[in-house]
Design a protein around this ligand. Structure first.
Ligand SMILES: *Cc1c(COP(=O)(O)O)cnc(C)c1O
Length: 380
């Protein structure tokens, strides 16, 4: 089947001609992909693809029933694997982490309760807070004195603190050890969105709680299947069985929307199993991140982050960031530019994300392109 290479929306969006790996075909050319969420390189892993195909053949496109009405053994096995991965009792699948975050904010707290959200949390958490009947408070990024002052205000029955594990535009990881202490002092539950962290950071890639030495101490975890776990559409919540049952029985954005497809569930399950049995991928990813960061810093680029593979390259000017991204692509390296309104005006950046799929030679080749393009544009 041939498809016309056209795109709707933003005209400069590259058109993919094949799967994402260390490289991908973009606009008809093979380029090094240094800006995808394919952290472990599992999006095109033979075992992941084979298991997804098998499930597509066994179950068809989907059950055509909403998730409270029917499930498959594949979905149940994926829930069990995700619960095991996060060392929690139970887990529930959603069609995205966006849905999972909204469901948590709208189901587990309500009128008379309060949600406390880090200013740099993902858009889906902000939307969840807006849709929730609970009052919401926003604390300055990683400013725990600010959070504690808000938690100490009287008048809330239940309190829920929600944070990204890894912040997607800054690349820093939340200080969960401190957040756990604070939540205990104030009788608040802690929810951590591990979308950019699960499979990615900490010992064995087990996430932010593992990185900070507090596994099993977070009340609820939300996450996505669309990043390290094979890049499928889907999300989840993991936590104590009673909370998970509540989300299953009452959660909007679970009950009234379609489920993860059987093929996506099977492929993601394969990816979670690979991540759990083989920590060499997470180690390879950490090595690639180290090499890329050291190389970019040596060239004179200004970097943020450091706790995760997300490596923001700070440019400032919006047009300059777009020009750098375009020039890199022309010379064979894809790294997306992040501009206003995603980040504040004047804080435009490129967001480099290495993958376990890259070889040392891939990283070095990309660095050479960065050196050329950065000098040509007068950025370094
Ligand atoms: C990517 C991301 C999401 C969205 O995940 P989807 O499954 O694509 O909805 C949510 N939260 C965070 C922190 C993310 O990075």
């Amino acid at each position: 089947m041939d498809y016309a290479p056209t795109s709707t929306g933003r005209s400069q969006k590259p058109i993919l001609g094949g799967p994402i790996g260390a490289r991908a075909i973009m606009d008809g050319r093979a380029v090094i992909v240094l800006g995808s969420n394919n952290y472990l390189g599992l999006a095109n892993h033979p075992e992941v693809i084979a298991r997804a195909k098998e499930a597509l053949e066994r179950y068809g496109a989907g059950p055509a029933l909403n998730p409270p009405l029917a499930t498959t053994p594949i979905h149940e096995a994926l829930c069990a694997a995700l619960a095991r991965f996060h060392r929690t009792e139970s887990a529930l699948l959603f069609n995205s982490c966006t849905s999972a975050n909204v469901a948590v904010a709208c189901t587990l707290v309500g009128a008379g309760d309060r949600i406390f959200s880090d200013r740099l949390n993902h858009a889906s958490i902000i939307d969840g807070c807006r849709l929730s009947a609970a009052e919401s408070r926003v604390f300055n990024h990683a400013d725990f004195a600010h959070l504690e002052a808000q938690l100490a205000e009287p008048g809330a029955s239940r309190k829920l603190v929600i944070t990204d594990g890894v912040f997607s535009m800054e690349g820093d990881a939340a200080d969960l050890a401190s957040l756990i202490q604070i939540c205990r002092r104030h009788g608040a539950a802690l929810v951590v969105d591990e979308s950019h962290a699960a499979g990615v950071i900490g010992p064995g890639g087990r996430g932010t709680a593992a990185l900070r030495g507090c596994e099993g101490q977070v009340d609820l975890v939300t996450g996505t299947l669309s990043k390290a776990f094979g890049a499928f559409a889907g999300g989840y919540v993991a936590g104590p069985a009673a909370r998970i049952r509540e989300l299953h029985d009452r959660g909007r954005f679970f009950m009234f929307t379609t489920a993860v497809s059987p093929s996506a569930a099977a492929g993601a399950l394969a990816a979670v199993e690979i991540a759990m049995r083989d920590d060499s991928l997470a180690r390879r990813l950490a090595e690639n991140t180290q090499r890329l960061r050291a190389g970019l810093a040596k060239l004179g680029f200004r970097l943020l982050g450091g706790d995760s593979p997300i490596t923001p390259i700070m440019i400032g000017n919006e047009e300059k960031a777009a020009a750098l991204s375009r020039a890199l692509l022309e010379d064979g390296v894809y790294v997306g530019a992040v501009r206003f309104p995603v980040v504040p005006r004047g804080e435009a950046r490129l967001r480099a994300q290495p993958s376990a799929a890259h070889s040392t030679a891939d990283i070095d080749e990309a660095l050479a392109v960065f050196a050329n393009v950065g000098r040509n544009l007068g950025i370094i």
